[in-house]
Design a protein around this ligand. Structure first.
Ligand code: N01
Length: 549
């Protein structure tokens, strides 16, 4: 159902977001649990991250067939991917196809942003308000807002004075941008910019890239989907998915070797070369088991990538500037197509803003701390996201005793399993902080979360329960689990959005469970089998009718 504005509606469940997470959650609530559910979505269509991130070159970097839903055999069989790694328009079309196939659009309120979410202890219900004047009261409240949906743009002095065109990779215009004949500046060299830069360079009169940190980008090795391979996957989807779920990051890398030190130097080079040719995340997650654990192993792969960069970029000074010096793979490894060759073009220049940071944005471009001026017609920000917590805080959640989520999480996220937080009963986070989320196959991780939430709701309804929330002590235990696994790796040694350190003032904590999807699922399943050990389940009837806050 869709709900009316300026009146109070009561439903079983409200879901926020109509990306992978929101779509499957809605289908599960409505069609499997037979519940009354509504979705609020800020965009005018489904797609989530794939609706907004339309910059040139945007595509997935695990293979298309892995990057898709597994819950419906019909959908799996009907949809075919045209490329090994699908581009944004094709993924968006896929999510539109899923929404149509399951007839989901009628339950989604588009162009509607949630502005507040409050739990009322006396009625034990959530009240959700939107910018369109909806007030909806519900028992279950589920976030499908994603982890990377709140973009951040640095607050440079003079930011609003620039007179040219301003773009952000995370909210790219639907009609595209024609840079022909224009000079362009882009700030940021993360995964988004690394996909966009080669294509913008092909069009622009001149492109200036402002780089603070060079990245270990490796080739995606994209190409048309091999029809025989697609047929084989479709013929044996259950094995394909089973192997994916069993793999640490939700994508199998069968050629992974245990330790770089068990091979001779020549064998190491040969194996790294094979991973390089395989493409995608093969070098990062599928080369040697000790690369993300042992600094000496890591240094070998880091130097391998730097040598590749030196071999591809003609100007030695530019090549050195493009060579990263942090621990390989401790930032999310970007995948690229012709990224490094782009710097061999006459119309592209690279500017180091680590040694001379941006001092201010001006009417015509920007000024660096060394007094250098750079002028351009168009300025693109590709400066990342307030990951994990940013999108949740935008829901303005208030739990028991009027506590705001921002305040409860003032020292970093507190969750059990990354799914729920104490004091915010019946509120669920799909791919929340401290779950495997961004370091697991996203569609499969989302399915596991949605199905776990559905199990909880089914348990609640069949046992006449009113609320569920984790015990506070369990959150401390879970944080310890997440942090100790992370600390056994090299990952927390680098400042990244995994730790929140890309946002000034954000408390630092490792926000991804790195134990792998299978181990994580086992922990979640044990909770269900134990009838929700570690959670407080309450069957106390409401002391009062719904009071709209
Ligand atoms: O963002 P980022 P992104 N002054 O945070 C720079 C996913 N993704 O949008 O590294 C100057 O990686 C910052 O510099 P530094 C993927 O998970 C997936 O590119 O902080 N520069 C960096 O260069 C990815 O990891 C796909 O020194 C500033 C850049 O901006 C995640 O999204 C494709 C700055 C931000 O890079 C985020 O990627 C694309 C400042 N004040 C993205 N602030 C797929 O293929 C920031 N920067 C599925």
């Amino acid at each position: 159902m869709s709900v009316k504005t300026n009146t109070i509606s009561c439903v079983d469940a409200v879901v926020v977001g109509a990306g992978f997470a929101g779509l499957y959650m809605l289908h599960t609530l409505r069609d499997k649990l037979k519940m009354n559910a509504v979705v609020f979505e800020a965009a005018d269509d489904v797609g989530g991250t794939w609706y907004w991130n339309r910059y040139p070159g945007a595509r997935c970097d695990i293979s298309s067939y892995h990057y898709s839903f597994s819950f419906s055999e019909e959908i799996q069989q009907e949809w075919s991917w045209s490329e090994k790694y699908a581009a944004q328009p094709e993924i968006l079309a896929y999510l539109g196809f899923v929404a149509d196939k399951l007839d989901l659009r009628g339950n989604i309120n588009f162009e509607t942003r949630v502005i507040s979410s409050s739990f009322d202890e006396s009625s034990q219900r959530w009240t959700i308000k939107t910018d369109k004047g909806h007030t909806v009261v519900c028992k279950y409240y589920i976030s499908g807002v994603g982890t990377l949906s709140t973009a951040t743009i640095p607050s440079y002095e003079g930011k609003d004075t620039f007179k040219g065109e301003v773009y952000s990779t995370s909210t790219w215009p639907h009609q595209g941008v024609d840079f022909t004949g224009k000079t362009v500046g882009i700030i940021g060299t993360g995964a988004s910019a690394i996909q966009a830069i080669p294509l913008i360079a092909e069009q622009a009169k001149h492109l200036t890239v402002f780089q603070r940190t060079a990245n270990y980008a490796t080739p995606l090795q994209n190409g048309p989907m091999n029809p025989a391979e697609a047929t084989a996957i479709k013929a044996d989807y259950s094995r394909f998915r089973h192997e994916a779920r069993a793999a640490l990051a939700g994508v199998p890398f069968p050629n992974m070797r245990e330790s770089i030190f068990k091979d001779s130097p020549a064998e190491v080079q040969q194996h790294l070369e094979a991973c390089w040719k395989e493409g995608g995340f093969a070098l990062w997650l599928g080369s040697y088991g000790d690369v993300l654990f042992d600094e000496k192993a890591n240094a070998i792969v880091a130097e391998f990538v730097r040598n590749k960069i030196r071999g591809r970029v003609k100007d030695p000074k530019t090549a050195e500037l493009l060579c990263p010096d942090y621990l390989y793979g401790t930032k999310r490894q970007p995948c690229e197509t012709n990224y490094f060759e782009t710097y061999n073009r006459d119309n592209v220049s690279l500017v180091d803003i680590k040694s001379a940071p941006i001092r201010k944005i001006t009417e015509t471009g920007l000024e660096l701390s060394n007094d250098q001026h750079h002028d351009f017609d168009c300025l693109i920000y590709s400066t990342g996201f307030d990951a994990f917590t940013g999108p949740l805080f935008k829901l303005n959640l208030t739990g028991r005793k009027g506590i705001r989520l921002q305040d409860y999480w003032c020292e970093g996220p507190r969750t059990h399993l990354g799914l729920m937080t104490h004091g915010f009963p019946n509120f669920f986070m799909i791919t929340g902080p401290q779950s495997p989320s961004v370091l697991f196959n996203m569609p499969l991780g989302i399915e596991q979360h949605v199905e776990w939430i559905a199990d909880v709701i089914h348990h609640m309804e069949t046992n006449d329960l009113e609320t569920i929330e984790p015990e506070k002590a369990k959150e401390d235990e879970w944080r310890e689990v997440v942090e100790s696994i992370a600390n056994s790796t090299l990952m927390p040694k680098t400042n990244t959005w995994y730790t929140g350190s890309n946002i000034p003032g954000k408390p630092r904590s490792f926000m991804v469970y790195l134990g792998g999807g299978a181990a994580y699922k086992q922990v979640c399943d044990e909770v269900v089998d134990s009838e929700y050990s570690g959670f407080i389940l309450d069957n106390a009837a409401a002391t009062q009718e719904v009071a709209v806050l």
